[in-house]
Design a protein around this ligand. Structure first.
Ligand code: ATP
Length: 234
């Protein structure tokens, strides 16, 4: 098995403009299989740009991005989409749930086009919902759930097929401190089960819970790693 799950090799991102803007300067970065990293940095520093690249939602302008050993830059859009659907779960700040659908239906929707039989998908979805502690809410709609519960549904949806990587963009941005802690507990459990977790956050308390903190400033990944999990306040 390849030890490196996410490997950036001299990756840049330049938006063509005009004027062209180099939003990500040449970046080398490796996140190991089962790793747990947070990405921190000031507003506009390039965190979402980096996350979009890591999540195969966007392509580097130059350089190579290997996902689980596979060079992705030259892959066709459909191949990238397939790899993404199979291997990466996404969680966002605003939960992106369909309000009039039940929790079970919301989680199931993520695998609608996976080709897996519905009965099997229902089993997987129920297991994922139970794993986030919402087994008693499968038939409820998101409207009847708290913010923390909604985010846990989003985590169930992102992880029902046990992806290798969970990518989260400000997952606690809409949550209070207590609820935020519960969602972070969940990320830790998933990580303990072997799933790599990468979180963008503005919240130092959330960032510190990752084993590794990646700081980005003005499109430059500084130092790449802070292995002791220290986040300096700036
Ligand atoms: N499509 C685009 N074209 C031109 N510039 C862009 C484009 N997308 C992002 N940018 C610029 O790239 C820089 C980094 O944006 P990015 O969204 O990655 O920052 P961020 O660190 O995630 O910010 P925030 O914390 O505010 O969400 C910003 O200056 C932004 O204006």
């Amino acid at each position: 098995m390849n030890d490196v799950l996410l490997g950036l090799d001299a990756v840049t991102k330049i938006f063509p403009g005009p004027p062209a803007v180099e939003v990500l300067h040449p970046t080398d970065l490796a996140v190991e299989q089962g790793g747990y990293a947070s990405i921190v940095g000031p507003s506009g520093s390039g965190k979402s740009t980096l996350l979009n690249l890591l999540g195969l939602l966007d392509r580097p302008t130059t350089g190579e991005y290997r996902f689980n050993g596979v060079p992705t830059t030259g892959l066709a859009d459909e191949e990238r989409a397939r790899l993404r659907a199979r291997s990466i779960g996404f969680v966002f700040q605003s939960f992106h749930l369909i309000p009039e659908r039940t929790v079970l239906e919301n989680v199931l929707l993520s695998t609608l086009y996976s080709g897996v039989a519905r009965a099997e998908r229902v089993d997987l979805a129920r297991t994922a919902i139970e794993r986030v502690g919402l087994g008693h809410r499968v038939d409820h709609t998101p409207l009847t759930l708290s913010g923390g519960e909604r985010q846990r549904v989003a985590v169930a949806r992102a992880t029902m097929t046990s992806p290798k990587l969970l990518l989260a963009d400000e997952p606690t941005g809409n949550l209070d401190q207590n609820t935020s802690g519960q969602v972070m507990d969940l990320f830790e459990e998933l990580n303990a089960d072997g799933m790599a977790v990468v979180i963008i956050t503005h919240d130092a308390a959330v960032a510190k819970r990752a084993r590794r903190v990646i700081r980005i400033v003005d499109g430059t990944v500084e130092d790449g790693t802070v292995e002791d999990g220290t986040v300096e306040e700036r």
